[in-house]
Ligand binder design. Structure first.
Ligand SMILES: [Cu+2]
Length: 146
């Protein structure tokens, strides 16, 4: 029956999104980084399950996962073997998990104002979320602002 098929499709879609959120994100950040904590709050609000690792040596994690200096930001997170560097919006992490591109991870290099965790009133920088490969070659993944 057509209806049964639609019901099956609907339930498998629900299952997919449930699985997506069940994926744990491991966040490495230093205790002195307040914007990192705010980004973790942003993930919580978007129903991610979070393993929050406070460390004095976030750079060691960046070196381990191949996050080059030009791509780096304050905190480094890992989800489903992907690197999520810096103040990446939750929607882009969901997009990463859904589209599964052949990249090392995604990043918002630096700390643009107006990214999740970097709110400063109504001020918003124009910024890109980039994906990057092992060589550190970056490509625009999402664009925000004008
Ligand atoms: Cu930050």
């Amino acid at each position: 029956m057509k209806l049964t098929k639609q019901l099956l499709l609907a339930s498998s879609l629900l299952l997919n999104s449930a699985l997506l959120m069940a994926e744990e994100i491991v966040v490495h950040r230093s205790s002195s980084c307040s914007c990192c904590g705010k980004w973790v709050e942003h993930l919580k609000q978007n129903h991610f399950s979070i393993k929050d690792i406070v460390t004095d040596d976030v750079q060691a994690i960046k070196d381990q996962y191949g996050v080059k200096a030009a791509l780096s930001s304050c905190h480094t997170a890992i989800i489903n073997s992907y690197v999520v560097e810096g103040h990446v919006p939750a929607a882009d992490i969901a997009k990463l998990l859904k589209t599964k591109p052949a990249v090392v991870g995604i990043s918002v290099p630096g700390m643009p104002i107006g990214t999740p965790g970097m709110e400063m009133g109504g001020k918003k920088d124009v910024y890109d979320v980039v994906s990057f490969d092992k060589q550190g070659k970056a490509q625009v993944f999402s664009h925000y602002g004008n």
